[in-house]
Structure formats: C-alpha cells, structure tokens
Ligand binder design. Sequence first.
Ligand SMILES: C[S@@+](CC[C@H](N)C(=O)[O-])C[C@H]1O[C@@H](n2cnc3c(N)ncnc32)[C@H](O)[C@@H]1O
Length: 263
Amino acid sequence: MGKGGSDQWNPDQYMKGAMGDLRTRPAVDLLNRVMHDGPRRAVDLGCGPGNSTRLLSARWPGAEVCGVDNSPAMLKKASAIDTGIAWQLADIADWEPVGDTDVIFANASLHWVPDHAHLFTRLARSLPSGGILAVQMPNNFAAPSHSLISEIAERPEFQAALAGRLLGDFVQPASFYHSLLRALPGQVDVWETEYLQSLTGDDPVLEWVRGTALLPVQENLSSADFQTFTELYRARLRQAYPMGDDGVTVFPFRRMFITFTAD
Ligand SMILES: C[S@@+](CC[C@H](N)C(=O)[O-])C[C@H]1O[C@@H](n2cnc3c(N)ncnc32)[C@H](O)[C@@H]1O
C-alpha cells in the first residue's frame, strides 16, 4: 500500500452509501477548528477520492488547493470532476511542502504512514508563521472492529503472512502528539471524539472495514485465505455489533484530532 506497493484502494467501497458522509464528517469537524483566514496554499495529504480536498477549496476559494495521495485509483476518482484543485501522486513519507503552504490538512491518512515522531515534527517545522497542521486519525484500534482483526490474524494459518502488516501500528496515544508538538514554537490542540455511527444493511461494520482496515489483510493473503478470514471475522462482528430491532447497527468510532499553529 506504500510507495511501490499494489493499489488496493477502492474509492467506491470507501464512499459507498451513507459511509461517505460518515467518513467525511470528521474532516468537517477538523476544518471547523482550522482558524486560518486565507491560506495561500492548502494541501490535503492522503486526499483519497477528494471528499476532504473539496471541503478545503469550498472554505478558501482564493487558495491554491492540492490533494496528495499515493493511490492512483483514489486520484483517478478525485480528479474525475474538474474543480480547479491540483492532484499529486506522492508518498506522504517523502512529500515536502513548497514554502507558501499555510495549511497542511490530513484527514484519516497519517495512520498509514510510519514514524510519527519524525513525520509530525517535519510537517510542523515546515509551516510558515501562522501556518496550521491539522490532522485527524482513527483511534479505534482497541474496539472489536479492529482488535478482532488482530486476534484472527494471530491464528496459525494467517500469522506468518500478517505479522506486523496490520493497520494501526503507527498511531500513538494522544499525549504523545501533545508533548511532541508542545516542544515546538506554536500552539497545540489535541482532542478525541467518539461518533456513535448508525449503520444499516447486512454486516455493515464488515462493509465499513472492507474499505480501510481490511485492505492490508486482503493484500497479504491469498484470495482463498482472505475468504476464510472474512467469514471468521463476519461471525465475530455480528456478536460484537448486533443489529437492533429497528435494523440499525450502532458502530462507535473513536477519532483523534490534532492542530498545531506555528508561531
Ligand atoms: C482513509 S482514506 C482518507 C481519504 C480522505 N482524506 C477522507 O477524508 O476521507 C486514506 C488515504 O490515504 C492515502 N494514503 C495512505 N498512505 C499514504 C501515503 N504513504 N502517502 C500518500 N497517501 C497515502 C490512501 O491512498 C487513501 O486514499
């Protein structure tokens, strides 16, 4: 999934039905805390299908807006509508901002990128005075949706293929980001929110996770093994997230938000 890896992302699965709105809402909540009047340039790191990038261009019509992603499939979807946004195929781990980048925005992407001490310090230090780094990452890795993946991955038939390859290994506790950024000249704000998401349909949590955290499992197993894995996971998810009598499955999802404004 990283640079040079295969591209497993499926923008249609990611944004399917009500999931598109639920996945974009944290980007809206994050953007509401980005107090910049008029950036010259705003960059959306890990822009995916462009849902978060379009929020930036609507908020700051005078800014140069650029979406960066390393998935050709996601960028193809993002650039299908002509919005005046520039799209760049690049890996966040190597990406360097140009000097007038006043806002670096990353919604639901940096948890795929390693070495957060280095990454967050590098991005925060690149900002001009008054520039803002704004990040949202899922922090749901202890919830059954994610812990069941780790648990099933430990089974002898999957262990060798999946060890060290699951999503979430890079994310640190909120206090880590607060301390790291507090040491730099600027203001830091870190908070967490749990969204009680109402999903409908059969196996809706599985459908949700198929678009994200199951991708590394799919990428590293044969299709037969992935099928076996999915059926085990589906059964456990049904117990962990039962459907209510009204047909709604409640899927609580915790997310971490970070902003840093450079002095
Ligand atoms: C979960 S999607 C988020 C999409 C969008 N920002 C949103 O708010 O819904 C994560 C995106 O990050 C991208 N991504 C993951 N690792 C990356 C990396 N190392 N460099 C660039 N993009 C990356 C993926 O290709 C994917 O499009």
